[in-house]
Design a protein around this ligand. Structure first.
Ligand code: ADP
Ligand code: MG
Length: 343
C-alpha cells in the first residue's frame, strides 16, 4: 500500500502544531467549518508557512476552540503547564507590591496587557473589512461612555497622515502591521482599516483596536511600579467589561486568536536593562524559567534584545489568576535584579 504523504510541516519545525496535529487528526478535522466558515487549513497556515513558529495555529473565532479542540486543547495544556482538572481562575483584586527599583537603575518600564475579543465577531484573522469597521464603531461607542476618570481619546489610524502616524509610533502608541506569523494567519488583512488606539489622558492606559485580537487593553508606565500599572489596568478592564460582551468560556477563560493567550490573556512584563546578565544568557534563562518567566526582545515578540534591554514577562496565562501572575512577575524580577547586582 502506498504511504500517505505527511502534513507539510518543515523538517526542522519545532512548533506545537507539528507536535500535536497527527495526520489522522488532520483528516478527522479538515472538513469542519466553524460558524464563521473557518477551517483547520486556515488555522494552521501560519505554522506551515513559518517553520520557526513556536505554536503555529490561530483561532478564527471563539467556536474554533470547540471545533478544533482535539488539537487546540493539548497545545493549551502544554503551553500553560496545566494540571489535570485545570480551569480559568477569575479575580482581579487591587495589588499592593513595593516598587522593585525606585531609583530606576534597571527597570525602564512596566507594561501589562490583556487581550479581549467580542462575542458575535470572528477573530482578527477571519474578519471582512465591514466587520472590522463595525467592531471599531462598537468599541468607539464604549470608549465615549467611560466615566470621567477613565476617559481619553480614540484615534483611528486611517484618519492620520504618514507624519502623524510616525509620531505616534515613535511614542510607542501606534502599532504596525504584524509580523509574517500574523500575516500568514490573515491578521494583517486590510491594515490599517479599522485599526486604532485609545489612550487615557495621562497615556498610561491604552487600548489597541483590531490588532492580533479585537482589543489589547494595556497599562504602561516608566519604572518598576508593577502594582500601580496593574491597578490602573484593572479599572479599565472592569469598565470595558461592563460595556462590551467579551468572548469567554468558564473553563478556558477569555478566548483569543493565539492559544497561548487564552485564560486571563494577561502578559505582565518589564523592560529591564541587564548589562551583566547579558553576558550570561543561560544563567538569565535559568532564573527566568524557574520563575515561569519568558524573555523577549526590546521591540516585542521575536525581536532582538537592543542595548541589553530585555522584555521579561510571565509565560502562563491560564490556570492561575491575574493577581498570581503579577505576584510571580514581581518575585521573579526581584530575583533577576539580585542576580544582576551580585555579578
Ligand atoms: P504583546 O503581544 O504581549 O502585546 P509584543 O511582544 O507583541 O507584546 O510587544 C508589543 C509592543 O509592546 C512592542 O512594541 C514592545 O516593545 C512593547 N513592550 C512590551 N513590553 C514593554 C515594556 N515593559 N515597556 C515598554 N514597551 C513594552
Ligand atoms: Mg504582540
Amino acid at each position: 500500500m502506498k504511504a500517505e504523504p505527511g502534513l507539510p510541516f518543515h523538517a526542522f519545525s519545532q512548533s506545537k502544531i507539528k507536535q500535536y496535529l497527527t495526520l489522522t487528526l488532520y483528516h478527522e478535522l479538515k472538513t469542519i467549518r466553524t460558524p464563521s466558515g473557518y477551517s483547520l487549513d486556515q488555522a494552521i497556515r501560519s505554522g506551515i508557512e513559518n517553520p520557526d513558529s513556536s505554536i503555529g495555529i490561530y483561532a478564527g473565532d471563539m467556536e474554533s476552540y470547540d471545533c478544533f479542540a482535539p488539537v487546540l486543547l493539548p497545545i493549551i495544556e502544554d503551553y500553560h503547564h496545566l494540571d489535570p482538572g485545570w480551569s480559568h481562575k477569575p479575580g482581579l483584586e487591587d495589588a499592593a507590591l513595593p516598587d522593585l527599583d525606585p531609583e530606576q537603575t534597571f527597570i525602564r518600564s512596566s507594561r501589562i496587557r490583556v487581550a479581549r475579543n467580542l462575542n458575535g465577531f470572528p477573530f482578527s484573522g477571519n474578519m471582512t473589512p465591514d466587520q472590522r469597521l463595525a467592531l471599531e464603531e462598537t468599541v468607539k461607542h464604549a470608549f465615549k461612555t467611560l466615566p470621567e476618570k477613565l476617559s481619553g481619546a480614540y484615534i483611528s489610524f486611517t484618519d492620520l497622515n504618514e507624519k502623524q502616524f510616525n509620531a505616534l509610533l515613535e511614542k510607542g502608541l501606534a502599532f504596525r502591521k504584524g509580523d509574517r506569523f500574523m500575516d500568514a494567519a490573515g491578521i494583517n488583512r486590510d491594515y490599517p482599516l479599522g485599526r486604532g488606539i485609545f489612550t487615557s489622558r495621562d497615556k498610561v492606559v491604552r487600548v489597541w483596536v483590531n490588532e492580533e485580537d479585537h482589543l489589547r487593553i494595556m497599562a504602561q508606565s516608566p519604572g518598576g511600579d508593577i502594582a500601580n500599572v496593574f491597578n490602573r489596568l484593572i479599572q479599565m478592564m472592569k469598565a470595558l467589561d461592563n460595556r462590551l460582551d467579551f468572548a469567554f468560556d468558564r473553563k478556558k477563560g477569555f478566548l483569543t486568536a493565539c492559544p497561548t493567550n487564552v485564560g486571563t490573556s494577561m502578559r505582565a512584563g518589564v523592560h529591564i536593562h541587564l548589562d551583566k546578565l547579558e553576558q550570561k544568557p543561560s544563567f538569565l534563562e535559568t532564573i527566568a524559567t524557574d520563575h515561569h518567566l519568558q524573555i523577549r526582545g526590546t521591540g516585542g515578540e521575536k525581536t532582538a534584545v537592543e542595548k541589553a534591554v530585555f522584555d521579561i514577562s510571565n509565560v502562563r496565562r491560564l490556570g492561575i489568576s491575574a493577581n498570581t501572575i503579577v505576584k510571580d512577575l514581581h518575585r521573579g524580577v526581584q530575583a533577576i535584579i539580585q542576580a544582576e547586582r551580585n555579578l
